[in-house]
Write a protein that binds this ligand. Structure first.
Ligand SMILES: *Cc1c(COP(=O)(O)O)cnc(C)c1O
Length: 400
């Protein structure tokens, strides 16, 4: 039998051991974590809808009409008119022919990728794609070829030398880097090589595009350009669940073949109705997105001026690159000592040697919240050429 205890010890020594914090009360920037009040900069609730009073009211009202449980899978007797309504709303909102609900984005990627590619087919996957895409690729049993991050020329060359059914899959906004995939060029190369393009817009949906329809809309791309669009409802949409939007024929096919759609209980129907309400809030969320952008822009300027190493991202995902696992943990702890919650992201979530603090912004943050983050960052500022880590470990030792 494997020595699980020693594996856990090794993880601790390598700075890779993960712990959960227990949150009390609602998800919002002022968070109670392990009983302690912290100002959080690490949630994916980009628009601040996770604790919006209108949504809570919408859920209460819906519950009295629909009851609570989903009770069965969609294909048995779980497909409620509330789900149907949300699917229609999502299709209209994203400008697609139809949409299909999944219980989570993780399950949507597993189901969609493994349904649309199989043994003998080839999947081309961006090197920095989310874990759920990687797992979907494995589950499909197709040949998987990873292409260098965002490198459309390399992808084109790989597509040119491959015959048979080809599927290309990419994050719309990369979850740990915050950069946006070159979707226009990807759509073009996929068309040239007759490959099916799947975009997972978990972090673009609600945030990018003229009305928050996501990264694909930001580039003005249609269903012809990007036939398969995956989105989660647990991030900017502020509830839970996920969807796939696609042409009718693919939707029909997914209902027949996507096992993570078929063999699981439908989400509580009231949640689907509350999510319809949040789609309205996303559509009307111009001011929220503008505020989010102003927080992001100001952070980029001021954190860079403090000497931190930022990444080329214009989205609310603004990682501070550190590199070493322990140094990243030390910076995270130093910030926590000053009342801030910014989680350290380490391998295998990011490549070896690229551990970072993943700072994220929400429209629920105020500029005063951002002041606090910047002040704390200034307190453990890297003084060149001394790395950030040395500064922050020293602070860490003093205050913790
Ligand atoms: C979070 C995330 C998912 C998973 O979505 P859930 O609804 O949280 O399961 C899928 N893809 C990407 C890129 C993500 O960041």
């Amino acid at each position: 039998m494997r020595n699980f205890i020693s594996e856990l010890e090794q993880r601790k020594e390598a700075g890779l051991y993960r712990v959960r914090r227990q949150v009390s009360g609602p998800q919002q920037p002022a968070l109670i974590a392990d009983g302690k009040g912290l100002l959080s900069f690490c949630s994916n609730d980009y628009l601040g809808l996770a604790n919006h009073p209108d949504s809570i009211e919408a859920l209460r009202t819906a519950l009295s009409d629909t009851g609570l449980g989903g009770a069965a899978s969609h294909l048995i007797c779980g497909h409620h008119e509330a789900h149907q309504r949300l699917e229609e709303r999502l299709a209209a909102f994203t400008g697609r022919s139809s949409a299909l609900l999944f219980s989570t984005g993780y399950m949507a990627n597993l189901g969609v990728i493994s349904a649309l590619a199989g043994r003998g087919d080839t999947i081309f996957s961006d090197q920095l794609n989310h874990a759920s895409i990687i797992d979907g690729c494995i589950l499909s049993r197709a040949t998987v070829r990873r292409y260098p991050h965002g490198d459309v020329a390399s992808l084109g060359a790989m597509l040119a030398e491959t015959d048979g059914h080809k599927l290309v899959v990419t994050d719309g906004v990369f979850s740990m880097d915050g950069d946006v995939a070159p979707l226009r060029a990807l759509a073009k190369v996929c068309r040239e090589h007759n490959a099916l393009l799947v975009v997972d817009d978990a972090h673009g949906f609600g945030v990018l595009g003229p009305h928050g329809q996501g990264s694909v809309a930001e580039f003005g791309l249609s269903e012809d350009d990007v036939p398969v669009l995956v989105g989660t409802l647990g991030k900017a949409a502020g509830t839970s669940g996920a969807f796939v939007a696609a042409p009718d024929v693919l939707m029909d096919y997914l209902v027949q073949k996507a096992r993570t759609y078929i063999y699981t209980t439908a989400m509580p129907p009231a949640l689907a109705l509350a999510t319809c309400n949040n789609l309205d809030l996303i559509g009307q969320g111009g001011e929220r997105r503008k505020h989010l952008r102003s927080l992001t822009d100001r952070f980029r300027q001021e954190a860079a001026a403090l000497g931190y190493s930022l990444m080329p991202s214009t989205t609310p995902i603004q990682p501070i690159m550190v590199g070493d696992n322990q140094e990243t943990l030390a910076l995270s702890r130093a910030l926590e000592a000053q009342g801030l919650l910014v989680t350290a992201i380490r391998p295998p979530t990011v490549p070896e040697g690229e551990a970072r603090l993943r700072v994220t912004f929400s429209a629920a943050h105020s500029h005063e919240d951002l002041d606090k983050l910047l002040q704390a960052l200034a307190y453990c500022r890297p003084v060149q050429p001394v790395p950030a880590s040395a500064q922050c470990s020293a602070i860490d030792n003093r205050v913790v």
